[in-house]
Design a protein around this ligand. Sequence first.
Ligand code: ZN
Length: 192
Amino acid sequence: MDHARIEEGVRLILEGVGEDPAREGIRETPHRVAQALEECLAGMRQDASELFRVGFDADCHDIVVVRDIPFFSLCEHHLLPFFGSAHVAYIPGESGRVCGISKLARTVDVYARRLQLQERLCAQVADAVDEALHPLGVLVVMEAEHLCMTMRGVKKPGALTTTSAVRGAFQKNSATRAEAMKLIFDGKASGL
Ligand code: ZN
């Protein structure tokens, strides 16, 4: 990432909003913004497929659900954060091969730490799991608050946007999809 250019840009923004970039409190702001962007957009330089190199032949053929994975992303339209929870479900393929469950959370991070749209983020996580594990099905649901919608624009704090990406068996079989949704959302209701 080109920190010098980011810093130059942030100085221009500060001038543009009528600030004095030399003012003591914000003198180091361009530097801090560049560092923050480096961290928040780290996923741009990460390859999710690397995460799945190690898997386990567990002879598992039932639905695996990891829910309430927190994530933070930046909307590519306003460069403002959107954040919330991701829920990832999959059914292992014929081989019964599974991945370490932390890998699903890390996959969410790799794609969230980019300039994103929630719809695309959801689809990318589903496709990454699909390509890495060749499961019978993948279902990803994401619920997020977008600051570009809640602190500006229509200003509706707490409004949540829900997106889903459905692949394979979850797409073809509505009972299988319903079972995964129940595992994701009933657990939440019971406070487990
Ligand atoms: Zn936005």
